[in-house]
Design a protein around this ligand. Structure first.
Ligand SMILES: Cc1cc2nc3c(=O)[nH]c(=O)nc-3n(C[C@H](O)[C@H](O)[C@H](O)COP(=O)(O)OP(=O)(O)OC[C@H]3O[C@@H](n4cnc5c(N)ncnc54)[C@H](O)[C@@H]3O)c2cc1C
Length: 351
């Protein structure tokens, strides 16, 4: 028998962040993951933005989550000796003068002004249809999620802490937390939307949201200095390539890009982009979203060796690092000392 402190099931954003936190606290663990179809992290553009673009208000707990996330990813860049965090301002392209006016009122009357660094005049950008002007949000940016996951996976492999397989519930004893020949103190499930198939946590109120993105090439623009936002977003990758996202759909749970999804993205892009572009690729995944839009972390009400870290929803990159570190502290000190990183939240849904 191999003995570890933790088994982590799933190496998306949630499992990866938690594994790093636990290892840094001196715990021995194994991460079990099989590249499963439609997982969210592999498709995510990885944007983080402290402003809710529809209402021009700060996103949930932004003043805590944003600085924490930036610092944490920068620490992990050093640890993994690679780069995956890009700080790039977001440019909100106003759809009409009324929206521009609302944003200016919010700016004058609320603390959103800490994140809006400029209002630009109309028709400032040659490549944009910006006849109602734009606003600039900073700090913001994106995590190159795939690069973060693959460099983390290499690291877990290098310390003999990675198993590439589908976790088989039939081979698992939840009372003793024994999986095949591995006995563990605790097992934390980080399976994204697939937690709905987990016999121990299928009571959680996950309501998956499929998302589609497309990759384009803009031959006249090597790399814009901004992430564009106008219902859709346009994220510069470099070498004339951009990711355009994303759609939201509660009906399907697959990785197939639909015609309607693609049309939505193209229409959104055509509304703001003056420059010509070519479609290069498309992709889709399923976000682990929750009915009340808050994450789900904690231990099982009847099986205390089992825990869950899920529900990162549409903003996993921004909220994940703080929640992971908080959850790690709660797990290792057996305390409930933080916002939603506690068992009560998970207990609430158990019946
Ligand atoms: C199109 C799209 C765009 C997005 N854009 C952004 C964005 O710009 N910014 C942002 O913050 N968020 C974005 N998101 C959301 C973000 O991707 C999620 O918040 C986050 O990635 C969720 O991570 P997770 O680890 O909980 O789940 P997942 O990424 O789904 O990871 C779950 C992992 O568990 C593994 N797994 C599941 N079951 C098993 C099993 N039984 N055995 C072994 N392995 C298993 C899977 O293979 C997978 O690797 C986007 C999502 C989509 C779909």
């Amino acid at each position: 028998m191999k003995s570890v402190d933790y088994i982590i099931v799933g190496q998306g954003l949630a499992g990866t962040l938690l594994a790093h936190d636990l290892i840094e606290k001196g715990h021995k663990l194994v991460v079990i993951d099989k590249d499963m179809k439609a997982s969210a992290s592999k498709v995510a553009a990885g944007l983080f933005n402290p402003v809710s673009m529809k209402r021009c208000i700060p996103t949930w707990n932004a003043s805590v989550f944003l600085p924490f996330a930036i610092e944490r990813y920068q620490q992990l860049e050093k640890k993994l000796d690679t780069s995956f965090l890009n700080l790039t301002p977001v440019l909100k392209v106003f759809s009409n003068n009324e929206v521009s006016k609302q944003w200016k009122v919010q700016y004058s009357n609320t603390d959103i002004n800490q994140y809006i660094t400029a209002f630009n005049k109309e028709e400032k950008f040659s490549y944009l249809k910006d006849s109602s002007g734009t606003a600039q949000i900073d700090p913001a940016g994106n995590l190159e999620v795939n690069k973060f996951l693959s460099s983390s996976r290499e690291y877990f492999e290098s310390i003999d802490s990675y198993i590439n397989e589908v976790f088989d519930y039939k081979e698992f004893n939840p009372e003793t937390a024994t999986y095949k020949n591995i006995v563990s103190q605790r097992v934390i499930f980080c399976e994204g939307f697939r937690v709905l198939q987990n016999p121990f946590f299928d009571f959680l109120p996950i309501r998956p949201t499929k998302g589609e993105v497309m990759k384009i090439r803009i031959p006249s623009q090597e790399k814009l200095d901004y992430i564009l936002s106008a219902g859709i977003y346009v994220l510069p990758l470099g070498s004339y390539e951009y990711i355009v996202g994303a759609t939201y759909n509660h009906k399907d749970m697959d990785d197939v890009v639909s015609e309607s999804g693609l049309s939505f993205l193209i229409e959104g892009l055509n509304k703001i982009l003056k420059a010509d572009y070519e479609l290069i690729d498309t992709n889709a995944g399923v976000r682990p979203t929750v009915k009340d839009r808050k994450p789900l972390l904690g231990l099982h009400p009847l099986l205390p060796k089992l825990g869950v870290f899920n529900g990162l929803g549409t903003r996993g990159v921004l909220i994940g690092p703080w929640l992971s570190t908080q959850f790690c502290t709660n797990l290792t000190t057996n305390t409930n000392n933080g916002l939603l990183a506690d068992n009560e939240r998970v207990n609430k849904f158990f019946c």
